[in-house]
Design a protein around this ligand. Structure first.
Ligand SMILES: [Zn+2]
Length: 344
């Protein structure tokens, strides 16, 4: 098979299309012919430098994988052969104390396809059969399915599973143009909330309204914290969904109402945040965090897209051989929605 193999850290040149042996399925595993794969910010971060301790080179990135089951290992349902599937990238051991307790997102041996094991920027990928979720390409296109997994399920988990949004609440979902942001806006709207979002330039304002936001703040022209507080009559918002990290966390706290809550869910800007403690405890504000999403949430979110409650927001689709262009698009910051590569 051909795969985009990363052999060092640096620019796009550290990752080349390389001929590799086809993976072979062991017991309980499937080999999937990859047809589409979505890009994520982590692909670029890990190309430049190690982010996660267990990351190892050589590496194949690509977390949001869609394809057809080409081969099955011993003990796998033969009905999966030839099926179109989306892959849950999170692979767990099923045997550690956390897995046994049903908290697989804290699995002590957790690996993620495209992050800490080989992913979907390849013609084939090896995964446990339990990670293969049958999909219906007559409902959504393969590129649309490949736009769902990590970003949308992260948004769902953070807003529905952790923040437990209530109808009538006001929520800030920042970065409307990002995959997590565009999904989060829709999830919060469906929960009956008023949604405030941010964009990095005036050019992205219209698209953010089209995605469903009630208030769009252009960060390049306005202090978003002041604008969000003003939109609530100075009271502050009920919830801020922090999938950004870095300095954003303090801004999120400042935007909250008394006893409001921040949900921590990502660190695409930075893994290091400094906060003023009194801004949190004096006003009974809360920071919530709750690991990763569960396999059930992944299936639930795909179902939401299939029934039309959530709409894929795709910026652009590129060919598999043009991964460099796709990644440059993501790195430019000018995208709005998910960037996907397809082999069809
Ligand atoms: Zn485990």
């Amino acid at each position: 098979m051909r795969a985009w193999l990363q052999v060092a850290f640096g620019g796009p040149e550290v990752r080349r299309l390389t001929e590799l042996p086809d993976p072979q399925p062991g017991p309980g595993e499937v080999v999937v012919d990859v047809l589409a794969c979505g890009l994520n910010r982590l692909d670029i971060l890990q190309r430049k430098a190690p982010v996660i301790p267990v990351f190892a080179l050589p590496h194949i990135a690509g977390m949001d994988i869609v394809g057809t089951v080409a081969e099955i290992g011993e003990g796998v349902d033969a009905g999966l052969l030839g099926r179109h599937v989306a892959l849950d990238p999170v692979v767990v051991c099923q045997t550690c104390d956390m897995c046994v307790a049903g908290k697989t997102y804290y699995c002590r041996g957790l690996r993620t396809a495209g992050s800490t094991r080989h992913g979907g920027f390849a013609e084939k990928v090896l995964m446990p059969a339990v990670n293969a979720i049958p999909i219906d390409p007559s409902t959504l296109s393969l590129a649309e399915y490949a736009s769902i997994p990590v970003a949308s399920v992260t948004a769902w988990h953070g807003l529905v599973g952790v923040a437990r949004l209530q109808p009538g609440e006001t929520v800030v979902v920042p970065a409307a143009g990002s995959g997590v942001g565009s999904a989060g806006i829709q999830v919060a709207k469906n929960a009956g909330c008023t949604v405030i979002t941010t964009v990095g330039s005036a050019a992205k304002v219209d698209r953010a309204y089209q995605t469903g936001a009630d208030v769009v703040i252009d960060r390049s022209a306005t202090d978003w914290v002041q604008a969000a507080r003003a939109a609530t009559g100075g009271k502050g918002v009920d919830v801020v969904f922090d999938h950004v990290g870095g300095p954003f966390l303090q801004e999120a706290i400042d935007a909250l109402r008394i006893e409001g809550r921040v949900v921590m869910s990502g660190t695409t800007a930075s893994d290091h945040s400094t906060i003023r403690s009194t801004s949190l405890f004096h006003w009974g504000k809360n920071i919530l965090a709750h690991g990763g999403y569960s396999p059930a949430e992944m299936r639930e979110v795909i179902g939401e897209y299939e029934r039309g409650a959530l709409k894929p927001v795709i910026d652009s689709v590129h060919s598999f051989d043009e991964l460099d262009q796709a990644e440059a698009r993501l790195e430019s910051g000018e995208f709005s929605g998910k960037v996907v590569v397809c082999r069809q």
